[in-house]
Design a protein around this ligand. Sequence first.
Ligand SMILES: Nc1ncnc2c1ncn2[C@@H]1O[C@H](COP(=O)(O)OP(=O)(O)OP(=O)(O)O)[C@@H](O)[C@H]1O
Length: 458
Amino acid sequence: MTFRKARVLIVDDDSDVLFAVKMLLKTEVQEVVTEKNPENLLPLLSRQSFDAIFLDMNFKSTLGTGNEGLYWLGRILERDQQATVIMITAHGEISTAVRSLKAGATDFIVKPWHNEKFLETLNAALQQKARKASPANSQPKRPTSFAADAILGNSEPMQELFHKIEKVAPTEANVLLLGENGTGKELVAKALHQRSFRANKPFVTADLAAMSEGIFESELFGHKKGSFTDAKDDRIGRFEAASTGTLFLDEIGNISLPQQAKLLTALQNRQIIPVGSNTPVPVDIRLISATNAPLYELAATQQFRKDLIYRINTVEITLPPLRERGDDVLLLARHFAALYATRNHKPTPEFELATLKKLKQHSWPGNIRELQHAVERAVILADGNVLRPQDFTFSAMETPQPAPSLLAYPTGPLQLQEVEKNTILRVIERHNGNITKAAKELGITRTALYRRLEKHDL
Ligand SMILES: Nc1ncnc2c1ncn2[C@@H]1O[C@H](COP(=O)(O)OP(=O)(O)OP(=O)(O)O)[C@@H](O)[C@H]1O
């Protein structure tokens, strides 16, 4: 991309800025488009493509929280992860601007600027874009984030994961994601889709653990009106909804053998038959499945069909648990601290050294989801602007210790809340932290279990 041929978009609610940039670039680049209202940004991008986008950090027209720029940056990168976005920022906003770099912006420029500096920034961004477009010329890099900041990680296992995603995403291979609860399987599934040739087509998730035997077929394959009592209308299932795009089957290790047989038939034939219909419907899906269940052990004991495994695991990706990701714990903790501080209208907190040590020493059986909740809780409850070790309390579930026996309880005052809490702890422990299995045994959905974990501060 040469400078002269560049098409540049400037989004800022300050007309003076727009006018000045237009005057400056008019004779330098092929096209300059200015836009005052960020709400028009996405429609504009769907009509026209730009080599670089200058985006204001803070639009006066909206809430003025300083995060509007970050929000619009996210929306742009959701559409096109390769977009070159340069944030326009004021002096007081530098820390937010730095965050925008982590979130995927290419660079930022501080207002007011010298014209030379502006042109230099644009030139550097265009060159970076050109380098990215020709991988042969690019230097190997070590990203701390991937797929528009959604997947953070700097550790060796994460670098390997990013590498795999890059390789596998733009293929049609069925991918099986393995890993403990909360390691980011769903995020990886989305990243694979976003980087695939199907990126502009639907990404449809089906949480198989949440589907009882009764609704499994109709949820996945759809149904015809009147085919069962509640079938008031024809309804398409997840397979059809995902056709031409990606279908993400979450918790695939949790389905029964009859469900496995139905799934296998649909995948083999590349067509589904809606409940109550005789007519097969062809579907064109790319399949991504995920599970935290030991699929191969289940197959060895005939609880999971081997032929279904072969169908879904053209490529297998195992996500590392957080305890094996070294300093990523701290990277993620800082990320979540900034996120939840912003969300709760608080300044971004610092971490005491002892806190960082405590976070690194913890084993994080619930992985990133557990860290996320722990940091959110700490940010909300902390007294000052520094997170101290005591702001992080790890519950019995997270720090292995003998679970109190339920039978011992009647000797003291019997509190219903405590009984519930201890039952949950015991069941989760029995399943080695596997939330899906624990929820199943408790007879509640995973979401309901997570809600109770929150309620009991676990
Ligand atoms: N590398 C990461 N960087 C930032 N956030 C992450 C990362 N990995 C996971 N998360 C966050 O952690 C939470 C759990 O991730 P996700 O739901 O993808 O995990 P999962 O492996 O699918 O969990 P489960 O097996 O319980 O369904 C989400 O809120 C997600 O955004």
